[in-house]
Design a protein around this ligand. Sequence first.
Ligand SMILES: Cc1cc2nc3c(=O)[nH]c(=O)nc-3n(C[C@H](O)[C@H](O)[C@H](O)COP(=O)(O)OP(=O)(O)OC[C@H]3O[C@@H](n4cnc5c(N)ncnc54)[C@H](O)[C@@H]3O)c2cc1C
Length: 511
Amino acid sequence: MGEYAELDCPALVVGGSLVGLSAACFLAVQGVRPLVIEKHAGTSIHPRAGYFHIGTMEAYRRIGLEAAISEASRAQFGPDGGINAVESLAGRELARHVPDINAGVAPYSPCRRFFMTQQSLEPLLHDRAAELGARLRYRTELVGFEDRGDQLFAEVRDLENGEVNRIRTRYMIAADGNRSPVRAALGIGVSGPGWLSDSITIYFRADCRPWLEGRQLGVIYVVNADQRGFFRFEAGGTRGFLAVNTLGDLSLPDAKDVSGDLSPKRCMALVRSAVGVPDLAVELEDVATWKAEAVCAEAYRKGRVFLAGDAAHVVPPTGGFGGNTGVQDAANLAWKLAMVVKGEAGAALLDSYEAERRPVGQLTVEQAHARYIRRVVPEEITADTPEMRDELTMEIGQYYRSGAVIGGRGEDEPACMHPDATQGHPGSRIPHAWLEDGRSTADLAAAGLTLLLGQDAGSDCTLPQVRLPVDAATACGLGPGDALIARPDGFVAWRGPASDAVAALRSVIAP
Ligand SMILES: Cc1cc2nc3c(=O)[nH]c(=O)nc-3n(C[C@H](O)[C@H](O)[C@H](O)COP(=O)(O)OP(=O)(O)OC[C@H]3O[C@@H](n4cnc5c(N)ncnc54)[C@H](O)[C@@H]3O)c2cc1C
């Protein structure tokens, strides 16, 4: 290395897309100002992720973004769309997978699921991260790093002038996407079902209002003799994208190589076939290629580097798990890194990131793959194709077992269980109950670990304390003399008699 200007930062985030920007917000809100570097000139230019889970909105609610996101989402898509499958938009409906994405959600969460393009979500995250104190640098690429055990040095190139600088940091989060150069440099492999297809996304304008009127649909799967894929339309019905996963007869050799021919003629034909109107006027805006894959990294951490988002797991879009799982990775890691960086917790707390998130990542890969097989290429269903676990289980049923949870999930229990089964057991999500001031129990630890107390409970614990009204305490499984330690990512670290809270906290922060 030459004579580089050295910059210091407590945490370096590589990748300024959905997960990197979310991590920046979650770190900054905990009082740690990360540096985010992104090689592109700005936030995402393609819509990509569009379906967001309630766990994601809860995490964004805790950083004050719920209202802005809801407003933008309603303007783009309208609320509560459904998910169905058709032969073509103008043709026969084959299945109604989800009639209304928010049916049955209210008892479990203060939030609602939403549709929004990644392209318009990312600027909101960017602005919030900057407002909270994160530093963000675009056109800046990580070109190398060295983990020296007690600190990490990263080499970054300014893509405007070619200058290379050295950054000294305590920890690095690799949110650098599915090809993750950082994961490759660390020699961390991936495993899982693997490659599914060379897919494409066709962005287009066409007047599809006649076939969308009166149908509130967020995702429309298309299964016909020409193709398998899905549509997503913006409100108004004149603009959207068609993602195409396979072509024609699946037994033909090139059926899964959709990206082989990107000519306007072929893309136009695919859109017309999916709409079901052979002479539809279509204006093509762009075509993106991507690999549908289902894999999980074999480790989420090496030394001072943590993988998050697509760097840690890649799933087909079916079910909308990719970005959502990454946001939860970021929420899980950020408060732990912040406590360690601020000297409030022992470094061993960071071991709980992989212990908690990798089993969830593996189950998510399995479930996204199962949804892809069952919804997109049902000819490939075999006796080994897993059953689909229900959406609430996968979205908010993460059930952790680690040194940062006292008495969490049993060794032989699944990584996600329905919230009705866990009911605020340590390692599961804090059950939602409304409080008089409009907050939810899920909001109470937004700023840091917090002790929630039953009606008569008292404790010398140094954490901020909130006494819950009887209904909310009961929802959280707290008797009058009980307490629980709520984590900033919305999970329960410990629950028991309030008199044990001091010892419990010691065990959680220095596991
Ligand atoms: C058609 C489609 C539909 C989808 N729908 C959904 C959905 O409905 N819901 C959902 O949750 N997910 C969905 N996804 C998945 C979602 O888009 C991804 O999971 C999400 O973008 C992952 O975010 P990320 O930040 O981990 O990675 P990415 O978005 O890939 O971002 C990684 C960033 O790192 C940057 N980078 C890489 N290397 C370097 C380097 N060396 N230095 C600096 N920067 C670097 C890249 O430029 C990039 O901006 C969909 C994906 C597709 C393709």
